[in-house]
Design a protein around this ligand. Structure first.
Ligand code: HEC
Length: 111
């Protein structure tokens, strides 16, 4: 019985670690992905109306919505007054967590 409990506790602990790791955005990984994926094609130049990386004025009202909204808009895509953000920047190989990392990097660079 006690063995069962320690196994269960152990599993719980590992799970807690998992979710902590998954929810903490990694801006270093985000930068690498940003630079190697489609994101930089639009967001470095402002192509198609994309808010440029580092353009604090363009990002301030977006950041004000809260990072979860930005991540969700980047994952699902959306059309705003500036143009159309394609879902996952048109790269379906990116996971939601990777988009989270990229957005965290973009926000860090643009505020
Ligand atoms: C084809 C060009 C294009 C590509 C590629 C692209 N974006 Fe965008 N993105 C846009 C445009 C245009 C907007 C602004 C839409 C508007 O507000 O009207 C935008 C807006 C955003 C926003 C702000 C969302 C908001 O709620 O204001 C985030 C975050 C974002 N993009 C992340 C990304 C990420 C991450 C990638 C790469 C996976 C990416 N974008 C690739 C064009 C692009």
């Amino acid at each position: 019985m006690s063995r069962f409990f320690s196994t269960a506790l152990c599993a719980l602990f590992v799970c807690t670690l998992c979710s902590t790791v998954a929810s903490a955005s990694d801006t270093v990984a985000g930068k690498a992905l940003y630079d190697s994926k489609s994101c930089m094609a639009c967001h470095n130049t402002g192509m198609a109306g994309a808010p440029k990386l580092g353009d604090q004025k363009a990002w301030a009202p977006r950041i004000a919505q809260g990072v979860p909204v930005l991540v969700s808009n980047a994952i699902n895509g959306f059309s705003g007054s500036a143009g159309t953000m394609p879902a996952k920047g048109d790269d379906a190989t990116l996971t939601d967590a990777q988009i989270g990392d990229i957005v965290a990097y973009m926000v860090e660079k643009s505020k």
